[in-house]
Design a protein around this ligand. Structure first.
Ligand SMILES: Cc1cc2nc3c(=O)[nH]c(=O)nc-3n(C[C@H](O)[C@H](O)[C@H](O)COP(=O)(O)OP(=O)(O)OC[C@H]3O[C@@H](n4cnc5c(N)ncnc54)[C@H](O)[C@@H]3O)c2cc1C
Length: 342
């Protein structure tokens, strides 16, 4: 198996923060996976492209970076079944599918990262989620050293959530993902920004529109290092929302199925007066307050200190605790934002 010691991860995370791992292992075959048995009995972190990861210490845990590649397509009368290796790039997959005449992922264009990370938080954008087209996830379980296939139902997908963040947390890794794309395709245009497109629009045009909107709103991590939305949109009880609404009638809200309401974390941060706020090189983006950026060679600690500050200010003003969407990684493995020593 490919591996390296004392590996610098600065180029392997979209915040572009420095952190050194004592060992990085890159399994690319089933036999490589069996060699991981002796690796996972110490603190470790599975890394894709690092676009949802913040390393907060000079030292990182042992890193496992799956390197399974390849795209296989099977066609039936009604659908395409597409199996994709975990290490393939997500946006390249979206583009490849559209070019092949396989539609469905166009609303998820330009989301950074690997295919293997997509099921973890059930990536979503513009009214579509990974789960909508997931057929099966191929999973290597460390304990039993066996390969399993999890159906979409077994993955228990939710808003930025799945079984991989819960029952199966740190129990294994994703080798590949299979998608089912029905040939009968209809554009999903309900989301603001896509609703101006004509009904007879092509998947390619939807993708181009999504790319244009994203490029106008979100900073490019290659230019201004960031990890997209730093916090999840909070979901609160209907009663709590009614009280807040009295005070903030303009506050955007999205009613959920179970008498709860989703709020826009970016709006809360902006209305806590933090849009554009910057400290020690780490900043709240001046166009989209939900995105924290590494403006001036900030360290992982500087960024986590800013995130904590944002969390505290929003809690003080609105009584709502924002929870990070980004994974916070110290030398001993994943930690809570609260646990990062400054
Ligand atoms: C500019 C920008 C915009 C973004 N926009 C969106 C958006 O619109 N919607 C959205 O949902 N997300 C968005 N994100 C977040 C990010 O793109 C996704 O979370 C993406 O899936 C991360 O992929 P990655 O390979 O970089 O994951 P990493 O950051 O490397 O890892 C993320 C998580 O996945 C786990 N993981 C990775 N690979 C595997 C594997 N093979 N097996 C098991 N576990 C694995 C890691 O352990 C970690 O818990 C955005 C990020 C950026 C920088």
């Amino acid at each position: 198996m490919k591996s390296a010691s004392q590996f610098q991860l600065k180029q392997s995370n979209s915040f572009n923060v420095a952190s050194i791992t004592p060992f990085i292992y890159q399994p690319a075959s089933y036999s490589d996976l069996h060699e991981l048995a002796g690796v996972v009995n110490q603190p470790f972190y599975i890394l894709g492209e690092g676009s949802n990861t913040l390393f907060v210490e000079d030292e990182a845990p042992v890193i496992i970076r799956p390197d399974f590649k390849g795209i296989d397509i099977e066609e039936t009368g009604e659908a395409y079944l597409v199996r994709v290796g975990a290490a393939e790039n997500w946006h390249q997959l979206v583009t490849f599918c559209i070019e092949q005449g396989i539609y469905g992922l166009e609303n998820l264009a330009l989301i950074p990262g690997s295919v293997g990370a997509a099921p973890i938080q059930n990536i979503g954008a513009y009214g579509v989620e990974f789960a909508d087209y997931c057929h099966e996830v191929e999973w290597f379980e460390f304990n039993s050293q066996s390969v399993k296939k999890l159906s979409r139902a077994e993955c228990k997908f939710g808003y930025r959530d799945s079984i991989f963040k819960r029952e199966l947390y740190n129990q294994g890794l994703i080798i590949s993902v299979s998608f089912m794309f029905p040939k009968a395709w209809q554009a999903k245009l309900s989301y603001h920004g896509l609703d101006s497109l004509p009904e007879k629009v092509s998947a390619m045009e939807v993708m181009e529109q999504v790319i244009a909107i994203r490029e106008s709103k979100l900073p490019d991590p290659d230019v201004l290092p960031n990890a997209g939305s730093f916090f999840k949109n909070p979901v609160i009880a209907e009663d709590q929302y009614q009280i807040l609404k009295q005070k903030y009638p303009d506050m955007p809200f999205y009613p959920q199925d179970n008498k709860s309401v989703k709020l826009a974390a970016g709006w809360l941060i902006e209305h806590a007066g933090l849009k554009g706020f910057c400290r020690n090189g780490a900043g709240v983006h001046d166009k989209q307050a939900l995105v924290l950026v590494n403006k001036l060679a900030a360290s992982g600690k500087d960024i986590s200190a800013l995130a904590k500050y944002v969390q505290t200010r929003v809690l003080e003003k609105f009584g709502i605790e924002l929870l990070p969407e980004v994974r916070i990684i110290a030398a001993k493995g994943e930690v809570e934002l609260e646990g990062v020593e400054q």
